[in-house]
Design a protein around this ligand. Structure first.
Ligand code: SF4
Length: 392
């Protein structure tokens, strides 16, 4: 039953704190921390700050004081994920409409759920790797070469909202040139424990900046942390790819809000597509069953396993309450509202406008869906059977 409830088998949190302390204290290792977008609006809660406080600068400062050599924003590779996934969407729309719908794949819990329970949809999953895996792949290839660091000495530690990311990092597909993309995954709560272990006064830390070259990111990369954010970001870039013009208003309101299953239409040039957004695997199941029965067709769907998306992830701070359901919904609101408010104020709100994304394509990848991109930034999926625990 546990496997049914938790398709990633990640009910027990495997702590990686001791291993991370060991690599930080090894002078031969170049230890990188990368932080998922949602961590910027949740980790402050561990230190008593108001729910949804935006603390990106303090997060960077804390990680530098813990001894990481570099601190990178996973938001940069979230922008890259959008470039690749939006290109996949456009390619299917224009050249292979029979390969629609496209289903998002950056949530490993959803991917594993599909591998077990809906293998017939696996050809529809985007092959684009999730942002932290892209960051891992690029740090051990492009970054290593550019900065003259032996990739075998690079350790990539991802600070992530969930334990499912620990499982994802261990997948055999998540390697490049013989190196595991991401070496360790720490949840927000684990990072909070490390900060407490050394007595850092998180609340009073000054704001510090992410390190080059994974430092500048768009608003589109940030909203990955909330349900609907991936699809909204991808639509902004797909519009540019199809029409050559920017969406007049980047905000795509149909993608927002906490309703479990959302539908909408979006016009991309002379094509109008139907989109769907599901959060919680129960809602994904509803959407897929409706698709199969013909009750509802869609061309592109985003799925996040956690209610609210990554701001509601299983590795995020848990704050006690008598009315847990209500409060957790309000937490999700506060956290995602902050992401959307901060993103609205950003000068660059589209992934394809991110100067770092342009630089990475120019210096290494060439263009979206190039051979190099496919080698390092794309993956594959495995049909796993419905009841793996009975076969063990
Ligand atoms: Fe992890 Fe949940 Fe985000 Fe999926 S939705 S990536 S399981 S935090």
């Amino acid at each position: 039953q546990c496997v049914l409830a938790c398709p990633t088998a990640s009910l027990t949190e495997k702590e990686s704190i001791n291993e991370v302390w060991a690599v930080i204290s090894d002078p031969n290792k170049h230890v990188i921390a990368q932080t998922a977008p949602s961590i910027q609006v949740t980790i402050g809660e561990i230190f008593g700050m108001p729910i949804g406080s935006f603390v990106a600068g303090k997060l960077v400062a804390a990680l530098k004081r813990l001894g990481f050599d570099k601190v990178f924003a996973t938001d940069v590779t979230a922008d890259l994920t959008i470039m690749e996934e939006a290109s996949e969407l456009v390619e299917r729309l224009l050249k292979h409409p029979d390969h629609l719908p496209l289903l998002s794949s950056c949530c490993p819990a959803w991917v594993k759920y599909a591998e077990h329970f809906y293998p017939e949809f696996l050809p529809h999953l985007s092959t684009t790797k999730s942002p932290h895996e892209m960051c891992g792949a690029l740090t051990k290839t492009w970054y290593a070469k550019k900065y003259g660091i032996d990739p075998k000495n690079i350790v990539n530690v991802a600070i992530m909202p969930c334990t499912a990311k620990k499982y994802e990092a261990m997948r055999p597909e998540m390697q490049s040139d013989g190196f595991r993309n991401v070496d360790y995954v720490l949840t927000t709560r684990e990072l909070g424990r490390m900060i407490r272990q050394v007595g850092i006064d998180f609340v009073n830390l000054p704001d510090e900046e992410y390190d080059e070259p994974f430092d500048q990111y768009s608003g589109a990369g940030m909203i990955f942390g909330a349900t609907g954010g991936v699809l909204e970001a991808a639509v902004r870039t797909a519009h540019k790819l199809i029409t050559g013009k920017e969406m007049p208003v980047p905000d795509f309101k149909e993608a927002r809000g906490q309703s479990g299953l959302k539908y909408g239409k979006v016009t991309l040039g002379d094509k109008t597509i139907t989109i769907a957004i599901a959060h919680g695997t129960g809602n994904a199941k509803r959407a897929l069953e409706m698709y199969k029965s013909g009750e509802m067709k869609f061309d592109y769907m985003e799925v996040m396993a956690c209610p609210g998306g990554c701001v509601g992830g299983g590795g995020q701070p848990i704050l006690g309450s008598r009315d847990h359901k209500y409060i957790s919904l309000s937490y999700r609101h506060n956290r995602s509202d902050t992401l959307y408010n901060v993103e609205k104020g950003k000068k660059i709100r589209r992934s394809h406008e991110n100067p770092r994304v342009k630089q990475i394509y120019k210096e290494f990848l060439g263009h979206p869906l190039s051979e190099v991109s496919k080698k390092y930034l794309h993956t594959s999926y495995v049909e796993r059977g419905k009841y793996p625990y009975l076969k063990a």
